[in-house]
Ligand binder design. Sequence first.
Ligand SMILES: NC(=O)c1ccc[n+]([C@@H]2O[C@H](COP(=O)([O-])OP(=O)(O)OC[C@H]3O[C@@H](n4cnc5c(N)ncnc54)[C@H](O)[C@@H]3O)[C@@H](O)[C@H]2O)c1
Length: 283
Amino acid sequence: MDIKNVCVIGSGIMGSGIAQLCATHGFNVNLVDIDIEILKNTKNSIEKNLERFFVLKNKISKKDAEKILNRINLNINRDEAVRDTQIVIEAVFEDMNLKQQLFSELDAICNKDVILASNTSSLSITDIALKSKLQERIVGIHFFNPAPVMKLIELIRGKKTSDEIFDRAKSFSESLNKTVVSVRDSPGFVTSRLIYVLCNEAVEILRKGIASAEDIDIACKLAFNFPMGPLELSDLVGNDIYFHIGRYLANTLGEKYQSSPLLKQMVEDGLLGRKSRKGFYEY
Ligand SMILES: NC(=O)c1ccc[n+]([C@@H]2O[C@H](COP(=O)([O-])OP(=O)(O)OC[C@H]3O[C@@H](n4cnc5c(N)ncnc54)[C@H](O)[C@@H]3O)[C@@H](O)[C@H]2O)c1
């Protein structure tokens, strides 16, 4: 079944990037959020991103940018938005109960051939699917931030994901011009498990006064040829996201994944990184 229409649920950092990416590759996108203000801002921010990173860099024309924007429809009504879509990509908060609830509600309203994808960065796809009647349709499509730019998609096969859905999700991901790696379901998959450990250790180094945030980031960039230091990255992804990943990994894989007390404190103080304009750095 050809994919023409995509529904993205959650229009935060990831959902809006995924919507932009899909629209850039010719898909019609219904973008849904429960928060009308967030939805309204989304189109503005996608417009700005297209202008700044694509039009001004001569990657696309102004006319193409308009066409891309016109392919994105904002919708506050989820049930209406998922109708007539061949793939639903969930990008709501990283919360197991919320995601389980969402997928269990999609059972009744999606068409029978739909691919149900979660963009979770760490939660088990098998567990996310547990309350759904369509467990074989649920797959992990893990995009990276910013979704329109980053080259990788981590494709996660839950215990019940069917071969057919996995293969179609792979073709869809490749049609977005991404390189796909296949991963068996396990907390944190490959990428989040690895990067969480690095970022959390960087926070511990900072907490113990071994080096400043700037020096930790410079050290990693120059020693390991990383494009970005771990604390800059944590600010970009969201310190709350890493904190939640840590809590989940500690619960599922063991104590050694426990977050640094400094990361916990920062999340409690609202120092979430770029999205709150303050984290390890000010923005
Ligand atoms: N931030 C990253 O770098 C990154 C990278 C890869 C994957 N992810 C994953 O993507 C998901 C979203 O992360 P984010 O950073 O975009 O979060 P975010 O907080 O920026 O956005 C989440 C959005 O979901 C909306 N939402 C919450 N409940 C909803 C519901 N029931 N229906 C519709 N919308 C709802 C919220 O209003 C919000 O706009 C998480 O699972 C996260 O782990 C994040």
